[in-house]
Design a protein around this ligand. Structure first.
Ligand code: PLP
Length: 385
């Protein structure tokens, strides 16, 4: 709790400011909660009504812990196409969002003391998820431009390394790890596997896979590395984080698939989820490949980047997701975030994501918030010069 207290503090400060000043006078870029401002696709709304109409006996029943076979088949077919592999339902376990999926994977893989390598900056909750199962996070910084530092990852591998956990498009940077770096990472892990006689898993957390800009492609970990596992959700690409629906997918080439699958199913059962929500499984069975209009995010990214660049902020333009991770104009990112807060702008210090000297802006907000915040961003920047 003490390690996560800064998140709670941000949240509480935000609530207090909104109470005092009114929602419209607070520029809240603190949370990646898209459904507040970004609507779900029309097809999702149609399917909600359609699925709700079916009230036959059995639709609310327990099911195999892995999820409805029909839903898993739809996902396996979709992924077979997307990754040019041959998947079937025994490679897919439905999960309660990407967070649920990651916990199920880590419970299945980790013995106490096993190490998980995480490139930084990283999603804040990873450390807690790994700690849930007495694993040890090994944080490895990315390069200056947030691309993977494969050499540093390879140097961090020990005989206790059970997995490398990557997230691309990345929260908090919006970086997409390119095909070369994924291929190099795969080669480095294979080499370490040979050296240590281990099977290091590459866990790819991909909830932002579909939110990409400028025609960029997110490379397939399934093509690059046999021991790979995808954990993902519909929270961001369909804008339904409150519905808690996602899945774990195993690379069909993974070794020991049957045992892994048994572990994933048991973990789902005993972590308290029992199974992913039945209603949402029935909805998403029929909407593979349906995604929010991502040009909305690209427009917001451009608006934010143009505004901040004109003021003098320095950043790498995000290639996906809906986060911008600029350099703080002063070294102390916590102090800078506090200064922004005095201008009623809520952001998150980079040190919380394992990279001090930066701050995160979650721009899944309405355009007005971006436009009206620029004055405060400018004042804060100028006060630091
Ligand atoms: N992984 C990353 C990188 C995220 O940014 C998030 C949520 O913000 C999650 C996992 C958790 O997603 P979900 O809400 O689907 O559990």
């Amino acid at each position: 709790m003490s390690q996560s207290s800064w998140i709670r503090k941000m949240f509480e400060d935000g609530l207090r400011l909104k109470r005092e000043l009114g929602d419209e006078n607070v520029f809240d870029f603190s949370l990646g909660n898209p459904n507040i401002h970004i609507d779900t696709p029309d097809r999702f709304k149609e399917l909600l009504a359609e699925v709700a109409d079916d009230v036959a006996l059995g639709v609310h029943a327990y099911m195999p812990n892995a999820g409805f076979p029909g839903t898993r088949k739809a996902i396996a077919d979709y992924l077979s196409e997307e990754h040019s592999v041959k998947m079937h339902i025994d490679h897919v376990v439905m999960a309660c969002g990407a967070g649920g999926a990651l916990n199920v994977v880590l419970k299945t893989l980790l013995d106490p003391g096993d190490e998980v390598i995480i490139p930084a900056p990283y999603f804040v909750e990873y450390r807690f998820y790994i700690d849930n199962f007495d694993g040890i996070p090994r944080i490895v910084p990315t390069h200056e431009d947030f691309s993977l530092d494969v050499e540093a990852i390879a140097a961090a591998v020990t005989e206790k390394t059970k997995a490398v956990l990557i997230n691309s498009p990345n929260n908090p940077t919006g970086k997409v790890y390119d095909e070369d770096s994924i291929r190099e990472l795969a080669a480095a892990l294979q080499e370490k596997d040979r050296r240590f006689g281990t099977d290091i898993y590459l866990i790819s957390d991909e909830p932002y896979r579909d939110i990409i800009f400028d025609g960029i492609k997110v490379p397939s970990v399934f093509k690059a590395y046999a021991h790979s596992i995808i954990a993902t959700s519909y929270s961001k690409n369909v804008s339904i984080p409150g519905e808690r629906i996602g899945y774990v997918a195993l690379n069909p080439r993974i070794g020991g698939a049957k045992t892994l699958m048994d572990g994933l199913v048991l973990s789902t059962r005993i972590l308290g989820f029992v199974n992913a929500p039945a209603f949402m499984q029935r909805v998403i069975e029929k909407m593979q490949g349906v995604v929010v209009d991502t040009t909305i995010y690209q427009t917001k990214r451009d608006m934010l980047c143009e505004g901040l660049a004109a003021i003098g902020y320095r950043f790498d333009k995000p290639q996906g997701a809906f986060y911008l991770f600029p350099r703080s104009p002063i070294d102390d990112d916590v102090a800078f975030v506090q200064l922004l807060q005095q201008k009623n702008i809520l952001t998150v210090p980079g040190s919380g994501f394992g990279r001090g000297g930066y701050f995160r802006i979650a721009y899944c907000v309405d355009d007005r918030t971006i436009a009206n915040s620029m004055k405060g961003f400018e004042e804060a920047f100028n006060e630091c010069q």
